[in-house]
Design a protein around this ligand. Sequence first.
Ligand code: PLP
Length: 400
Amino acid sequence: MRNEQGLQTVAVHAGETPDPATGASAPPIHMSSTFCVDAPAGFSAHDLGPDSPYLYARWSNPTVDMLEGKIAALDGAEACLATASGMAAASAILFTFLSAGDHVVVSDVSYAGVAELARDTLPRMGIEVSLVDLSDPANLANAMRENTKLVHAESPVNPITRLTDLAAVAKIAHAGGALLSCDCTFASPIGQRAIELGVDLVMHSATKYIGGHGDALGGTVSGRADLIKRMRIEAGIHHGGIMSPFNAWLIARGAATLPLRMRAHQEGALKVAEWLEAQAGVTRVLYPGLASHPQHELAKRQMKNTSGMIAFQVGDAARGRALAERMIEKLEMVHYAVSLGHHRSLIFWMDTAGLLASSFRLEGVQAEAYRTFAGDGIFRLSIGLEDAEDIIADLARVLG
Ligand SMILES: *Cc1c(COP(=O)(O)O)cnc(C)c1O
């Protein structure tokens, strides 16, 4: 007897049922912003309960509910909140669980938007922020304080693919009475089972792998039902950064093929990463699925799929910039553009000096630790679903 469905089945069916009104097999898009109720109802966010009817689309909407059910099931969590973007998901976590006087530990390298929010906005709100290299759990143990309420990790970290041992940092965060959130965008729900590893709040930019087609912005946070309810009231209903039903529909349509796509992204990435490693002009390739990745053993232990994100170096910053210019001019298929996780391959040059000065603002050992992975700069390459041989042929045009 199978007790639990496999992830491919979950991706296709979770959250969905044939439409009771019409029998439609594909989920309908309910664009309605308001709903006719059959009894007088309270209009406070605090009146929201599990049996509340649909009232107003900032509270809940059937199409967004459908996506939330699917992502909660894929993450293996009790509940999920869908948000307007990945940044809205990160803000939802930070501004629901932190207040003035609290302390938060944030990974010293993270998605640039989260990095800047942690450095600029949180201190302005009276929140104490420690920026910590979480790839060594001992650093977290040293950073914990009496008032640490939240630890925010990211694994693999954008853009350098550095990993955090999530089970180890979960133990330390929980021993100190803090929640652990992790931005799992690079891994997707298929790449690592973050809830099983002890993460309380799993966030994804659904704009990336979950949606998978580069046509809709969105974010998700999954976790225990009580935590998600607090976020729904504060971040969803009060701050208002909810996902539109149309985007929920597009992202759910993408999510149905997520397990299949992740397998193809991983297969393509491994082939391209191995090819890159053999190129004379490439000085370093970072891909968790390669034996040469400094944390390959942790990747094997923690990740079920090493995804399609590769970082590689070509020498000093001048060489990187020149190659970026050549790519913009000469690449015929791979798009020179930000974002990741799409069916189209995307590449972007990220200069270390610029990033350290603008987003990360790291010095001393932390800056050195970043340079250990990134050198003077990296190309962040998101392997799409094209044939690996064609991606390689396009890259050979500029690297050969
Ligand atoms: C893109 C990204 C985000 C932000 O997501 P948006 O949907 O663009 O707001 C957050 N974290 C990571 C790791 C990302 O790659």
